[in-house]
Design a binder for this molecule. Structure first.
Ligand code: SF4
Length: 417
């Protein structure tokens, strides 16, 4: 989903290259399949029920710990089973149309998914942001978005379709492939846990994707079941093993599904707030007309598992002269009183055709001071965010896709506090 979603422009990326030519999949891939679907697939190829659980465990390990790309690599399976699986399924990942690598190590992949016509795939973006103590992957939940937030460039695109659970989880697999982030082949070497990031002393292999944020294209709570099932694959402790405390869903405020998401998914939650009055939020996030601020915050107060150790992040995009006064800052902290919260202030990154401008940096800092004085953690992001912002300003007319990278990178960085 969302919110920093307001940007076109610019780029710190120095490398852009097409990687794969799209061909529509001829057979289903096992990659990303939730456990229940994979069990069904094994049943379909005749794996006896008594063996199914064990076989599923073995395949799960090869898929999500070793990153196997070929059934022949799955040496704990019999040759016959490998051949049978290969006749019906593939281990194909969604193809990457392009990869861009920033000077600061941030990477963006343009990932292709099946469209209505075989020759016209859909595209979503996936962004990896390496930091000192973590590596965050920002993934998408829908192609396009229905919500039309006025500051968001994605909102100008129509909703094309929801991603499936497998497509959601496969984004993590694609990122790990490109980063070489799989366990070594030696049987004795375990995959480092996210908590091993980075390993003390250096020199040892460390895990590169340690956190996931669902802040790419789309509103995840409008694709709740697939998001839930996809996150369960990503969080599975015997596979990709990224704990739900390291996975954040971002919503623009689909109130009825907030409690459901807390109960059924249990990941961290981020809310795109962006305004302190209904009058303004109605304009910035039109969904507010349906679920106004009071209802949204009530749902947040009741978010299952909410505590000081498990706070909700409120995102607030800084729009010059619109929502960035010190009065707004004071109203913001009053509004969130009593909710275990973090507040991320996100400098708006203008896109061609937008009516908004980014707040002046001085104003962002003053706003941040008010928020900080009220006891909320570190609002504005680090020099790296600034670095990217500077690049954005300089390279204003770059493509929408590059600007979307900017947006995603900033959002994800803003989230990884
Ligand atoms: S909900 Fe949709 S329109 Fe609104 S900010 Fe997110 S992606 Fe953009």
């Amino acid at each position: 989903m969302i919110s920093l979603a307001a940007t076109e422009t610019a780029t710190a990326f120095v490398e852009k290259r097409p990687l794969e030519r799209y061909t529509a999949p001829a057979q289903p891939s096992l990659v990303g399949m939730p456990r229940a679907v994979l069990a069904q697939a094994l049943a379909e190829v005749g794996v006896p029920e008594a063996q199914r659980r064990m076989r599923l465990q073995q395949i799960w390990h090869w898929l999500y710990v070793r990153g196997a790309q070929d059934f022949d690599a799955m040496t704990t399976l019999s040759k016959d089973l490998r051949a049978t699986l290969a006749q019906r399924f593939t281990l194909a990942r969604p193809p990457i149309a392009a990869e861009q690598i920033s000077v600061d190590g941030t990477r963006k992949w343009l990932i292709q998914l099946p469209g209505e016509r075989a020759e016209a795939p859909h595209e979503v973006e996936c962004v990896y942001i390496p930091e000192v103590d973590r590596g965050t992957l920002c993934i998408s939940s829908q192609v396009g978005c229905t919500l039309n937030c006025s500051f968001c460039h994605t909102g100008t695109q129509r909703l094309v379709r929801n991603l499936t659970a497998a497509e959601i989880a496969a984004q993590v697999v694609v990122a790990r492939d490109r980063l070489g982030d799989w366990a070594p082949t030696s049987e004795s070497t375990r995959m480092p846990a996210p908590s091993d990031f980075p390993l003390a002393g250096g020199g040892e292999r460390r895990r590169l994707v340690s956190n996931v944020v669902m802040m790419g294209m789309g509103e995840p709570l409008y694709n709740l079941e697939a998001v839930r099932d996809g996150i369960n694959v990503i969080a599975d402790g015997e596979g990709l093993s990224i704990s739900k405390r390291r996975i954040t869903l971002s919503t623009s405020g689909v109130v009825p599904n907030i409690t459901r998401a807390g109960a059924e998914i249990g990941s961290m939650l981020a809310v795109s707030l962006h305004a302190v009055t209904d009058e303004l939020r109605d304009q910035l996030v039109p969904l507010n007309r349906k679920y106004p601020i009071a209802e949204l915050l009530e749902a947040c107060r009741n978010y299952p598992g909410l505590s000081n150790a498990r706070r909700i992040t409120f995102e607030y995009v800084m729009l010059k002269g619109v929502n960035d006064s010190l009065g707004d800052a004071k109203a913001l902290v009053r509004l969130l009183k009593g909710i275990p919260a973090k507040i991320n202030l996100i400098p708006f990154n203008p896109w061609s055709g937008t009516q908004y401008e980014c707040s002046d940096w001085d104003q962002i800092e003053k706003f941040s001071e008010v928020v900080f004085a009220a006891g909320y953690a570190s609002p504005v992001r680090t020099p790296r965010g600034r670095d990217i912002l500077a690049a954005c300003g300089q390279l204003k007319s770059a493509s929408e896709k590059l600007s979307a990278r900017e947006r995603l990178a900033l959002r994800a960085m803003a989230m990884t506090d």
